[in-house]
Design a protein around this ligand. Sequence first.
Ligand code: AMP
Length: 175
Amino acid sequence: MKDLKSYIRTIPDFPKDGIMFRDVTTLFANPASFKHTVDALVTAFKNDRIQKVAGIEARGFILGGAVAHRLGAGFVPIRKVGKLPHQTIEESYASEYGEAVLEMHMDAFGAGDRILLIDDLIATGGTAEAALALLERQGGDVVGCGFIVELPQLGGPGRLQARCERVVSLCTFKD
Ligand code: AMP
């Protein structure tokens, strides 16, 4: 297989001017790169006795669902506001390209459950930090966070490391 980065398409100025959007739909569409990505995250966390994988809408659902299945864990959706039907808790946050609110069902897991948080990409870390806050507020033990892409110039992983033992990203885009 080629370098994982070569399966990710870059769209300049999406969703707004100045953002280099790293589009992982091309990586998901290729059987070899999708398999490699899921395998790499499963390998990184296979000895962590993960009970639930929490995925952030929407690309974190695609990846997190596959990783949860392979780890023998359940799946918890963390969604944009207004989508979940039962009682929720919410957190506001700022990401690389705007402000928003994330929600999670209050009864999504049991207190003390060992959780792996998954998203496609970490930029400033604002989104993942809000998801971590939701998981912690409900008593989750967030053992790790896994991403396909890290944008190191924005310092995201540093914001998570204080609260989560292991932050894994499979590749970086430096500009
Ligand atoms: P942040 O909160 O700044 O770490 O932003 C991460 C979230 O926004 C993830 O859910 C990403 O899917 C999305 N995102 C932020 N920046 C980009 C980018 N340059 N390319 C693709 N997705 C991005």
